[in-house]
Design a protein around this ligand. Sequence first.
Ligand code: GLY
Length: 392
Amino acid sequence: MRRISRRGLLAAGSVALASGAPQAGGESHRRPILICAANGYAYLEPAYEALKNGEDTLDAALRVVQGPENDPKDDSVGLGGLPNEEGVVELDACCMHGPTRGAGSVGGVQNIKNVSLVAKAVMNHTGHVMLVGEGAQRFALAMGFPKENLLTEHSRKIWMLWREMHSNQDWWGPGVGMPGWTPPEQAPAERRSGIERRLGRWNDVAADLGIEPEMRMDAIRKVLVPPTGTIHCSAANEKGEVSGVTTTSGLAWKIPGRVGDSPIIGAGCYTDPEVGSAGATGSGEENIKVAGAHTIIENMRHGMSPEEAGMDALKRIVRFHGNNMDEIRYIGMTYYVLRKDGAYAGVSMWGGTAERPKRFAVHDGTRRLEVCKALYQGDGIEWPPIPRLKNP
Ligand code: GLY
């Protein structure tokens, strides 16, 4: 890896800033640019146009993430996000504005869908950086954000499926002797009897709950492997100004009050006007422990490329687990890395399969999905190990 000094890095950035010239080493980067998680792809076009026409970098990034926040069909963010174990949607978000070095964050917010904008309001209208829970909701209401029920029927049904499937030792699910009732003592034998039989029974439970046939296997997968969802977006304009934002409904079925990495400045998002902006989606607990986004920015400050900087953060997670693949295979993590000169990378712990590679979205004049650079190929191993699910 070629390292350059901070002074050298900044000098290279300012040459590009003035001229748009190719970078040292022959690389040429385009600005303005937005990079984000793949679920932001559909919202990149208007955000890019606005950024090109001089809109502030944070406002352009916010345009992208508000798409999934407002979309009831995206069950990882905002309206329609998968709820906590009590069926309540709790949202987290943070943002950083490079030009002013401002930061805002909210955690565990109920009933307000655009928490990315609430994070910006915390930054602009309070002397604080982070508000959580009821106080954050009261602040949002005071700022004029509408209060609404965020639990869609789609997410409520998957939550009910989780309640009925995740335990046969509580009072959720059919009562004794009712159709579908399983005596608790039969569970171990049933476990031995094979995944197909269980899939069949879960499919029946999903049908009983009114989950549409084409959605059933996806719902079962979300119960077996609780998703973390999330969207991050970073933006750089022609002047080299940068900002970033991350927003999420967090880990599905979490304990109420659990806050992940997304609202943690330095984990879910970090922006430094001298270097660039980075953010994360994936396992929040793992990312908090390595302060992922901040680690990446510091790596770039010391001369690493965006890809090297992101890969180094992933390797740090791996080292935290003693390189134990029995643990690492359960950890999903993707970083979105944007240097202020427009160089970027999407890096992921697991690359996915040939048919479903892990991707991120970019717009630098051309909107596209790119395959992430992966530390490991494949999907990890899902827990519990299940055959690849097919819709019936
Ligand atoms: N990365 C989202 C979360 O863990 O909550």
